[in-house]
Design a protein around this ligand. Structure first.
Ligand code: NAD
Length: 483
């Protein structure tokens, strides 16, 4: 398979920030290389974006939406190419990659429909007065995007920012820059309203700190989110943060253990656990714990692990060696602290960054595996004596992204969505939220609403206009001139 050389390609060394070498996590082979930016490039991009924002904002919402619909059509015509690129640079099974690409294109189309309908409101004061609350673009939006679902996340955020009239500086993850570069090329947004800038924190941090950026939308880890929020706070800029999670899955008494295991396996092993809302902690009622754990272990052993481009692969590699080291450290630490390893937990020999689907039971609640985001194919199970205990343990975390509860009891389902301190509660399904649904993370998992129609509010400022009729000048008075 050919190595992708960016037309702007440089020939620097591997650690040189002027170039990023992208490696296939399934083979270790070079997929492509791309030039990286710098603090100076970030500054230049902001200046370009400020000029572009004025031009782009003058187009009507319907015109901006038309441009986005056309861009979505072009991306759809290149969906297979984008999916393959995403698999080669990130490791996802090709079917999952295509799902992400289609979700991204769907989000562009959805925001193109919603943008022109994004309306403010009006109020009447005196009978001849009106107050208008009008949405205006913020100006320049910087998007700092992660590697784990790069096309879907980028497409939705770019579309929401553009349709509301903002100029965008899009910084893909340094681990998946090639799909980001290609998205921007294919979208062909006029006016210079969409720029792409590559690099790691050496480019992201100057963008977050830049006075000329009106909104920094960061999707990524809690640690980086804190740094971005601090950089924005120092200059009173707005930060919108969609961060990591440590999502619980509660398995209540009375559920079918086979079905619950199927849900748990999908929640823990999809995209090798590298999903912000992956199931990272499982609290199972003692009544079903034994058959549930056996079924989960069986499913983990049956999963076909391999390169994402191979037919039949159900789980690909982790994104890189550093991610695999972190996952393995969480697993070994939990085992050292007394967890029972039911399967997996070994770093395989051979090329690539593979890690087996791993199931642990009786994980101590103090282990990193239950306290820090793992982001790997690991199902960490604890047995609880009651639904009360499950809720208590589920809430015993600083994260607050999402949670799932599997229960036949309507009363317990109601309690769960009321009492779980998270942004999204899913009852009886780990996945399957409606396309276009909002997500407003709680606690350390973020700030603001990162998806759905509400994202259009985040991307705009509401200006208030108070209108009253002027008093006409009296006849023969000052207004008529005295010559
Ligand atoms: P990350 O925070 O390391 O990087 C995300 C982006 O921020 C990248 O573009 C990166 O280059 C940039 N960045 C890194 N340091 C920076 C700094 N100091 N200043 C400015 N920018 C900086 O996250 P990641 O490892 O790429 O992604 C995985 C994380 O993303 C996980 O924690 C996952 O849960 C989270 N995530 C959250 C959501 C959500 O919607 N809540 C979705 C996907 C992923």
């Amino acid at each position: 398979m050919s190595v992708i050389e960016s037309p702007r390609g440089a020939s620097a060394s591997r650690d040189d920030q002027s170039q990023i070498d992208v490696l296939d996590p399934a083979t270790g082979e070079l997929v492509g290389r791309i030039p990286a930016g710098s603090a100076e490039a970030a500054d230049a991009a902001v200046r370009t974006a400020r000029a572009a924002a004025a031009r782009w904002a003058r187009r009507s919402p319907a015109e901006r939406a038309g441009i986005l619909k056309q861009a979505a059509g072009t991306l759809r015509a290149h969906a297979e190419e984008l999916a393959e690129l995403q698999t080669r640079e990130g490791g996802k099974p090709i079917g999952d990659s295509m799902g992400g690409v289609q979700a991204g294109i769907g989000a562009i189309e959805q925001y193109a429909e919603l943008g022109p309908l994004h309306r403010g409101r009006s109020l009447q004061g005196n009978w001849d007065a009106a107050d208008l609350m009008v949405h205006e673009p913020l100006g320049v939006v910087a998007l700092l995007v992660p590697w784990n679902d790069p096309v879907a996340i980028a497409c939705g955020q770019i579309a929401a920012a553009l349709v509301t009239g903002n100029a965008v500086i899009f910084k893909p993850s340094e681990k998946t820059p090639l799909s980001g570069e290609r998205i921007v090329e294919l979208m062909e947004i006029p006016d210079g309203a969409l720029q792409v800038l590559h690099g790691d924190q050496r480019v992201g941090a100057p963008l977050a700190a830049h006075e000329g950026v009106d909104l920094v939308m960061h999707t990524g880890s809690v640690q980086t989110g804190r740094e971005v929020a601090q950089a924005c706070a120092r200059r009173l800029g707005k930060a919108l943060l969609e961060l990591g999670g440590k999502d619980p899955l509660i398995v209540d008494a009375g559920v079918d253990p086979e079905w619950a295991a199927e849900q748990a396996a999908s929640g823990s092993f999809a995209n090798a656990g590298q999903i912000c809302t992956a199931v990272e902690r499982i609290f199972v009622h003692r009544d079903v714990a034994e058959p549930f754990s056996r079924a989960l272990e069986r499913r983990a052993r049956e999963l076909r692990v391999g390169p994402g481009l191979d037919d039949g692969t159900e789980m690909g590699p982790l994104v890189d060696a550093a991610q695999r080291d972190l996952v393995h450290a969480h697993v070994t630490d939990a085992v050292d602290a007394g967890a029972r390893l039911l399967c997996g937990g070994m770093v395989p020999a051979g090329p690539g960054c593979f890690y087996p689907p791993t199931v642990l039971a009786d994980v101590p609640s103090t282990a990193d595996l239950l306290r820090k985001e793992t982001f790997g194919p690991v199902a960490a199970v604890r047995t609880v004596e009651s639904f009360d205990e499950a809720l208590l343990e589920a809430n015993d975390t600083s994260f607050g992204l999402a949670a799932t509860v599997l229960t036949p009891s309507q009363a317990n389902a109601q309690r769960a969505w009321r009492e779980l301190r998270v942004g999204t509660v899913k009852v009886n399904a780990v996945w399957g939220g409606a396309p276009g649904g909002a997500a407003g993370p709680a606690r350390n998992s973020g700030l603001g609403t990162g998806f759905g129609p509400e994202l259009l509010d985040e991307m705009t400022h509401t200006k208030v206009v108070h209108l009253e009729p002027a008093h006409a000048a009296p006849a023969g008075g000052a207004g008529e001139g005295t010559g």
